[in-house]
Design a protein around this ligand. Structure first.
Ligand code: ADP
Ligand code: MG
Length: 355
C-alpha cells in the first residue's frame, strides 16, 4: 500500500522528507525568524501513524513544545484504532460505554457533520476500513457479498450518545481517523495560548494549523499539496487558522490496474469518487476543518459548495474551501479570494453561484 505521509511501512524517504522540509521552509524561511530575538523551538515526531512538525515562538517555547508533544501522544493513545488498549478500541470491543470528554466532543461534531452531509461523513465506517484491509498492510478489493454484509453495520444514525455514554448498533465500530488530527491541532492551539506563545505552526501529516501570525507579524504561507507530485498547487496566507486537506493520494493501493484509496463513501462502501482529487478546508476550528475536508472529498464539488453556502458562515464554525477537480482546476469559496494564490485555472464559488 502506498502512503504519502504515513510511515509504518518502508519507502517513505522522499515522500516524507518533501512535506517536512517544505513545512520547515515555510515555517523558517517565510517567518523571517532570523531577524527576531524571540526564542523558538521546533520538533519532528511520529505519532497518529504520520509525521508531524511543530514550531513554537515565545518565552516559553520549549515548555509549550514539550507539553504539546505529550498531548499528541496522550490523544494518540486514546483515539487510535490500532492500539488495543485505546479508548476507541475499548468502545469498539464493548459496543460502547462511557467516553472521555475529548472523545465525546469529537463524536458530537462527527454526528452533526453526518446528519448535515446525509451520511457522506460517517465515523461508523470502521468495519469497511477493516474489510478493505486499510487497517493493516495488505489491503485488497473485498468481494461483493462481504461488502453488502459489511454495509449493514454502517450508519451513524444507530450511534446514541447521551452525555458521556455511547451505545452502538449491532456489529458497529467507530473510527475517528477523519477528525482526530484536526481535534489534536486545535488542542495544541489551546496549549500554545496557555503558554502565551507569540506564534506557532504545526503540521500533523500535512494538516496545518497556525497560532497567531509569523513572528514578524506577517501571515503564514501554507502550501496546498499537489495530488500528483511532491510540490504545491497553491498557497493560502493565514493567521490563527487550520488548513486541512483530504485526498485519495494520501493512502491507496492498486489492483488489476485500478487505484483504491482510503476515503470511502459510507453509502456504497467504495472509495469515494465524486470528481475531486483534493479538498482543503480553512477554518479557525481545526476539528471542523478536518471532518469537513473528508466530507467534501466524499461529497464532490456541487454538494460541497452547497454545504458551504448553507453552513459556511455559522457562528463559531466559519470555513472556506479549496477544491481541486480531476481535471486539475481549482475552486475556492469567496472568502479566500485575497488569501489564496495558484497558477491553476481558478473559479470562485459565491453565495449566489460561481464567478
Ligand atoms: P488523513 O487522515 O489521511 O489525513 P482524512 O482526514 O480524510 O485523511 O481521514 C481519512 C480517514 O478517515 C480514513 O483513514 C478512515 O479512517 C476515515 N474515513 C474514511 N472515509 C470516511 C468517511 N466517509 N467518513 C468518516 N471517516 C472516514
Ligand atoms: Mg479529515
Amino acid at each position: 500500500m502506498s502512503r504519502r505521509r504515513k510511515g509504518r511501512t518502508g519507502g517513505i524517504g522522499r515522500r516524507f522528507l518533501a512535506p517536512v522540509l517544505c513545512c520547515a521552509l515555510l515555517a523558517g524561511l517565510l517567518c523571517g525568524c532570523g531577524q527576531t530575538e524571540i526564542p523558538s523551538a521546533t520538533r519532528d515526531i511520529f505519532a497518529m501513524d504520520t509525521y508531524m512538525t511543530l514550531t513554537c515562538y515565545g518565552e516559553h517555547a520549549e515548555e509549550a513544545l514539550a507539553r504539546a508533544v505529550e498531548e499528541i501522544h496522550r490523544l494518540d493513545d486514546l483515539l487510535s484504532t490500532g492500539k488495543a488498549d485505546s479508548e476507541v478500541s475499548r468502545l469498539n470491543a464493548e459496543g460502547g460505554g462511557p467516553v472521555s470528554l475529548q472523545t465525546q466532543t469529537m463524536i458530537e461534531e462527527a454526528l452533526r457533520v453526518y446528519r448535515r452531509t446525509e451520511g457522506a461523513f460517517d465515523i461508523t465506517v470502521y468495519p469497511l476500513m477493516e474489510l478493505w484491509g486499510f487497517t493493516g498492510d495488505s489491503p485488497a478489493v473485498p468481494d461483493e457479498e462481504a461488502l453488502r454484509t459489511c454495509l449493514e453495520k454502517v450508519g451513524a444514525d444507530r450511534l446514541k450518545l447521551s452525555g458521556d455514554m455511547l451505545t452502538m448498533g449491532e456489529g458497529q465500530a467507530i473510527d475517528l481517523g477523519a477528525i482526530a488530527k484536526g481535534y489534536t491541532s486545535a488542542r495544541l492551539m489551546q496549549i500554545f495560548g496557555e503558554y502565551e506563545l507569540t506564534s506557532a505552526i504545526v503540521s500533523l501529516g500535512g494538516n496545518v494549523q497556525c497560532f497567531g501570525t509569523k513572528p514578524d507579524g506577517s501571515l503564514w504561507r501554507c502550501g496546498i499539496r499537489e495530488p500528483e507530485g511532491d510540490g504545491y498547487f497553491g498557497v493560502v496566507q493565514a493567521a490563527d487558522k487550520a488548513v486541512i486537506t483530504s485526498g485519495g493520494y494520501e493512502r491507496f493501493f492498486e489492483e488489476a490496474g485500478q487505484t483504491y484509496h482510503h476515503i470511502l463513501d459510507p453509502r456504497t462502501g467504495q472509495p469515494a469518487r465524486a470528481g475531486l482529487i483534493s479538498a482543503t478546508v480553512v477554518s479557525e476550528n481545526g476539528m471542523l476543518a478536518d471532518a469537513l475536508s473528508t466530507a467534501c472529498y466524499v461529497m464532490g464539488l456541487e454538494d460541497s459548495a452547497d454545504y458551504w453556502r448553507e453552513y459556511g458562515a455559522e457562528q463559531g464554525g466559519t470555513f472556506e474551501l479549496i477544491l481541486m477537480t480531476e481535471d486539475e482546476e481549482v475552486w475556492i469559496t469567496e472568502g479566500l479570494k485575497e488569501a489564496f494564490t495558484t497558477e491553476c485555472p481558478l473559479h470562485v464559488i459565491t453565495a449566489e453561484g460561481v464567478e
